[in-house]
Design a protein around this ligand. Structure first.
Ligand code: NAG
Ligand code: NAG
Ligand code: NAG
Ligand code: CU
Length: 666
């Protein structure tokens, strides 16, 4: 697709509108299964709108549930019998084209080989429009596939369901389903796909346990917007997906800086509305207008500081192209203050597109003595001081690395000051990404760190994401080898796991679809990882991925392939679980465990997650008990203020579900 970030606009959108008409479109990873001989049934239909209409290749004829003489109530389902089992990995549904009554909203997709035993592979909510909906999921076998509609997309109370066409995808329709074996659980497992009514280009974990995801002013398009953001709340405990348009802050929060503050509020700065700041308050579930930045920014990064403020720098993608030196936000006073001594010039990459790209997506790590370490993506690294009007000090180069735009940088051990840097490309776009990986070991503040070249990843990745796990390993997901925004070519489908104990990588199971530009990933409190999104390139754009998928890392499985039993943290003392750096924390578990760690709540957009970091905790048990006492690090530059997940990890390496801990300001 020739639509890139320089060429977006009406022409590009028109192209996608035309391609949207091809509802039976195939993809490199998924081809439509020929529908000859299929049969179809539904729980209800209106005479003249029979279920068989979804297989006739004519989008003008539809299935519609009964509305007269009586209204058939939700839920509704429609199911096809493909007459034999296939390896399947996707489902597509074209809504009716003349009108929108019956568009499916909340739904599940289930598979069966015998018509009796069903397994769910997808749940979620579709966007209410006429574009073809596609749900891709991990390879499985099925003869029967069923979609069950729980709501009608237009409005509460509507009881109809309707559909123009239905297709089922297979990685290879001629493959014998009997030969199918899922990847071994030693590679982890990609589980349920969650359909969203937006393309999630940003996500953050709320201290309530909800994940908030957002796109831009439109659910499917990034460019040209202002004044509104389409968001989704996903509650993992109830499995509900709800759509909310946020207009009160008059802020299109596409491509912002995101930082979580001491109270777990999201501080979201700039983006399409490049000077605006919005704060998400988990307590009320609402967004609040905050002070505007001094400088308009988009694609800047920001990081929460040891003192609770938020530092940002760069961001020439939006708000003008010039040297955008640092500024600091104080949530207590709701003010932005320039720290012009934090200079942009030393942190630029040598991008072919100049400053527009060169100051994007900085790898910022707040650290000891209220400092900020800048690890990349430029090959040059820096220390920023954020007191007074700010200081900049060069910190050497990242070994023999080139500029690594849209690579991954993850602080997997904040106590030891250890950062993994991997992937990225010299130029933002039209540029080959690297497989190279480096360990950055921070020493004294303002001193050059020690950089060690590690074993390379198996896959080159730009636009991928890195997630630190409770055991200190780092999961990388998605990305592509040749960086071109809004393409799914050269995707890195297998996940990989970095083990700091050995310095080695392990290839893991493949995600169901490419997750390239505008994808997101987050660690969840149950020790699984959410990864998804990608696209946001306009109505009908085939690179739009309106979904996320949940990954169960290998540590959640026993050697025999079954789910491992997770240890349980029964209680935490102090019970309020709000502590200051240096405090003592006690946790009681349901059995002996080997270690504890804290992982900070994360946020994710454009490969940047400056919120996540891991702090290993040394714990000692009172003799004969499973009550463990640990002392928190005393430097708030290591243990940043805000919300953290406390995990216990047992002797087999299995993590618990997390307890939430708030780290207060010193
Ligand atoms: C139902 O299907 C699942 C998934 O294919 C399979 O693991 C399970 O054994 C089946 N259960 C029965 C009762 O056949
Ligand atoms: C902050 O810095 C920007 C860019 O240099 C400048 O335009 C703006 O006037 C400054 N604001 C204040 C309050 O000093
Ligand atoms: C699905 O199966 C096909 C083979 O039919 C394989 O090439 C592909 O890698 C599998 N996809 C995933 C995500 O495992
Ligand atoms: Cu972008």
């Amino acid at each position: 697709m020739l639509c890139n970030i320089r060429a977006f606009g009406l022409v590009c959108v028109e192209v996608f509108l035309l391609s949207a008409r091809a509802s039976a479109q195939s993809f490199p990873w998924a081809r439509t299964i020929p529908r000859a001989g299929w049969t179809v049934t539904a729980d209800s239909y209106q005479a003249g709108n029979e279920p068989a209409n979804v297989l006739d290749g004519n989008s003008a004829t539809i299935w519609h549930t009964q509305y007269t003489p009586s209204m058939a109530p939700l839920p509704h389902y429609i199911q096809v019998d493909m007459q034999r089992s296939y390896v399947v990995n996707g489902f597509s549904y074209q809504p009716r084209q003349g009108g929108s009554n019956g568009n499916i909203g909340q739904h599940t997709i289930t598979l069966s080989n015998d018509g009796n035993n069903w397994s769910q592979v997808v749940f979620g909510t579709f966007l209410n429009d006429g574009t073809t909906k596609r749900s891709f999921f991990s390879n499985a076998t099925a003869r029967y596939i069923r979609i069950t509609a729980q709501t009608e997309a237009q409005g509460a109370g509507n009881q109809w369901s309707s559909m123009a066409e239905l297709n089922v995808y297979s990685p290879n329709p001629s493959q014998d389903a009997a030969s199918f074996r899922p990847p071994p659980t030693s590679q982890g497992r990609w589980t349920t796909t969650i359909d969203l009514p937006i393309v999630p280009a940003a996500a953050a974990l709320s201290r309530t346990g909800e994940v908030i995801l957002w796109s831009a002013f439109r659910p499917d398009l990034f460019s040209g917007g202002t004044g509104i953001t389409e968001t989704v709340h996903w509650d993992p405990t109830t499995q509900t997906v709800s759509q909310r348009s946020v207009a009160n802050t008059r802020h299109d929060m596409f491509c912002p800086g995101i930082s979580l503050d001491v109270d777990g509020q999201f501080i979201v700065s700039g983006g399409n509305d490049n000077r605006r700041t919005s704060r998400y308050d988990p307590a009320s579930g609402s967004w609040v207008t905050a002070s505007q930045m001094n400088v308009g920014r988009g694609y800047q990064s920001s990081t929460t500081l040891a003192d609770g403020r938020v530092f940002t720098i760069g961001g020439s993608w939006s708000g003008g192209r010039f040297q955008k030196d640092g500024e600091v936000y104080d949530p207590r006073t709701d003010t932005w203050t320039n720290v012009t001594g934090c200079r942009t010039a030393p942190m630029l990459t040598s991008d072919a597109q100049g400053i527009y790209r060169a100051d994007n997506h900085a790898w910022l790590f707040a650290y000891r003595q209220n400092s900020v370490f800048h690890a990349g993506p430029s090959r040059n690294m820096n220390w920023y001081g954020v007191s007074g009007s700010g200081t900049t000090r060069a910190a050497g180069t990242r070994g023999d690395a080139a500029d690594a735009m849209c690579g991954i940088a993850v602080m997997y051990d904040a106590v030891q000051g250890l950062i993994l840097a991997a992937g990225g490309s010299p130029n933002y776009q039209d540029s080959w990404a690297t497989r190279d990986a480096y360990r950055i070991q921070l020493g004294a503040v303002n001193a050059n760190p020690t950089v060690t070249r590690l074993e390379a990843m198996a896959h080159a990745r730009a636009f991928g994401n890195g997630v630190v796990l409770p055991d200190g390993t780092v999961l990388v997901v998605g990305g592509q080898a040749y960086a071109v925004p809004f393409t799914d070519t050269t995707p890195a489908l297998p996940a990989e796991l970095f083990d700091p104990a050995t310095g080695r990588w392990t290839s893991l199971a493949s995600i169901a679809v490419p997750r390239t530009y505008h994808s997101v990933a987050l660690l969840l409190p149950d020790a699984t990882v959410l990864a998804g999104g990608g696209g946001l390139c306009g109505r009908g754009c085939p690179q739009n991925h309106f979904d996320v998928q949940v990954f169960q890392p290998p540590y959640l499985f026993a050697a025999d392939g079954t789910r491992a039993r997770q240890p349980v943290i029964r209680s935490v003392t102090p019970a309020a679980a709000a502590l200051r750096p240096g405090a003592t924390l006690t946790a009681e578990t349901d059995g002996a465990v080997a270690s504890f760690s804290l992982v900070r709540f994360g946020s994710s957009t454009h490969t940047v997650n400056t919120d996540q970091r891991r702090v290993p905790l040394a714990a000692t048990a009172a003799p004969g008990t499973t009550t463990y006492t640990m002392t928190l690090p005393s430097d708030p530059g290591v243990l940043l203020p805000g919300y953290w997940m406390l995990f216990a990890v047992n002797g087999a390496g299995v993590p618990s579900v997390a307890r939430t801990i708030q780290v207060l300001l010193p």
